[in-house]
Write a protein of this length. Structure first.
Length: 487
């Protein structure tokens, strides 16, 4: 799953065998106003724990530690400076979670540069990233205006003032503008200033809505309007249900209108949604117009069938039912409509580009994982690769004593999850068809007797009351350790 952020600081994400990736930090910043005319700039850093070197603690937990340096400059003059050591929470091997840092700078209107350096304190100086970005602070407008829109992951009523507190709430920032399928809510916060300039006791109309970026049309059900009394500062916290919002690029817009229905203040924020539809409507399929599309150019029935079959690893349950029955469907136009809608649901603006990108990955999977009787996408490794992308680490153990050949794949980041793994094995010892044996990814194969099955090559004893099935740990057997800590 991809991740899009305003400023993404990733020096390297190394895919390959037994290689450690460089430090990954996601950065965002928002501007709010202070009563004395300054800007309160909030800087958010989210550190990917699995990209750090982890230290084993005395209580058998693990943790990471980074040093954050932030410098605000105007030319060669340092205006403000901060240096802090950030400790991650203590974690267990299988439950890594990212950790956050947030800091505020109060700045006068002017043009600055912000230099941020993050260094992994448990690793050498090479695991350091630095970025410099412009920071333009405008003067306070004389009329009503909005702060930046801050996307948030969670919130609760503040018990005491802290670095996360605004408007009486503790707000956990969401350092991304990409909402993958597991996100059902769009939560955000902003502030309204200078509304008293409209006059004591006046009202204005505050409207918030989501619109499709390409067409400019407001999304039904994702809008709200309310009459708002003027105040010195008006905090606004809003949550929209986006569980039914289709994939695409959208804008969140907030507007203020006076009593004459004139727009007197406006702000917007762009985000992306990935949310393949959960059902296939026969009516919508039959209405799908494929004329002059990339699908309309497909003329060979066998080619179209193959294109549809290879979608199975990334398809939803309702789509899989259609895919599995494709060979029995004679209506080629109907199959084209399904194929086009499949990609239109996932990438409304550029469905052809989305298909060509996936098709390229299918071709690579064919080279890597195909067998004499299976296409690459039909194998377990091929399906997992297509569904989740290239693993960050691959551990290959073809000759471990008493074990079948096996591979451990590790993904440092899968959507909202960190440090997830698959173990595949080759029970027939001959083909290239490694079978998924166990995974800690929710919704994938879970097998609490996977070590018993992996090590049954030379000692096929079965004991249903023993997780090892009677096959005790043997010399040279490292699968359990490698699954927990791939290296």
């Amino acid at each position: 799953m991809k991740r899009v952020v305003f400023l993404l600081l990733v020096l390297a994400v190394v895919s390959g065998h037994a290689q450690r990736a460089r430090l990954e930090v996601y950065l965002d910043h928002k501007r709010f106003a202070t009563p004395d005319g300054k800007a309160l700039v909030e800087v958010y850093l989210q550190i990917n724990t699995s990209s750090c070197k982890l230290k084993r603690n005395d209580d058998k937990t693990i943790s990471a530690k980074v040093e954050v340096t932030e410098i605000i400059k105007k030319g060669e003059t340092i205006i403000d400076f901060r240096k802090a050591v950030i400790d991650s929470p203590k974690m267990v091997d299988s439950l890594l979670s990212d950790f956050m840092d947030q800091h505020r700078f109060a700045l006068n209107p002017d043009n600055y540069e912000m230099e941020i350096t993050v260094r992994d304190l448990f690793m050498d100086s090479l695991n350091t990233i630095t970025t410099v970005l412009p920071l333009n602070i405008s003067s306070t407008p004389p009329s009503i205006f909005f702060s930046d829109i801050q996307q948030i992951e969670g919130y609760k009523k503040a018990e005491k003032l802290g670095p996360l507190t605004k408007g009486g709430m503790d707000l956990v920032p969401f350092v991304s503008n990409y909402y993958s399928p597991e996100f059902e809510k769009l939560a955000y916060y902003f502030e309204i200033y200078n509304s008293l300039r409209l006059g004591e006791g006046e009202l204005f109309l505050l409207t918030q809505f989501v619109r499709e970026k390409r067409t400019g049309e407001t999304v039904p059900g994702l809008s709200k309007s309310q009459r708002q009394s003027v105040k010195e500062v008006i905090p606004v916290l809003t949550v929209f249900d986006i569980s039914k919002l289709a994939s695409g690029t959208y804008e969140l817009v907030v507007e203020a209108r006076n009593k004459n229905n004139e727009i007197i203040a406006v702000n917007s924020w762009e985000f992306q949604r990935n949310n393949p539809e959960t059902d296939i409507s026969l009516e919508s399929l039959l209405k799908t117009d494929i004329k002059a599309t990339f699908v309309d150019k497909i003329t060979n029935s066998d080619t179209l069938n193959e294109y549809i079959f290879c979608l199975r690893p990334i398809a939803l349950p309702a789509e899989i039912l259609f895919i599995d029955s494709v060979a029995r469907i004679q209506d080629m136009n109907f199959k084209k409509q399904f194929f086009y809608q499949f990609w239109k649901n996932r990438e409304p603006v550029t469905p052809e580009y989305a298909w060509l990108r996936y098709k390229s990955t299918v071709a690579m999977v064919e080279k890597l994982f195909a067998t004499s009787i299976k296409r690459g996408y039909q194998t377990d490794r091929g399906a997992i690769y297509l569904k989740y992308g290239s693993p960050d680490w691959v551990l290959d153990r073809p000759n471990e004593p008493s074990s079948y050949p096996y591979q451990v794949w590790q993904y440092k980041k899968l959507g909202q999850f960190n440090n997830k793994r698959f173990i595949f094995y080759l029970p027939d010892l001959v083909t290239n068809d490694y079978v998924v044996l166990h995974s800690d990814v929710p919704g994938e194969v879970r097998n609490h007797r996977w070590q018993q099955m992996l090590n049954a090559r030379n000692s096929p004893n079965i004991d249903i009351d023993n997780p090892w099935g009677g096959n005790n740990p043997h010399y040279g057997g490292n699968a359990g350790e490698f699954f927990q800590n791939p290296r």
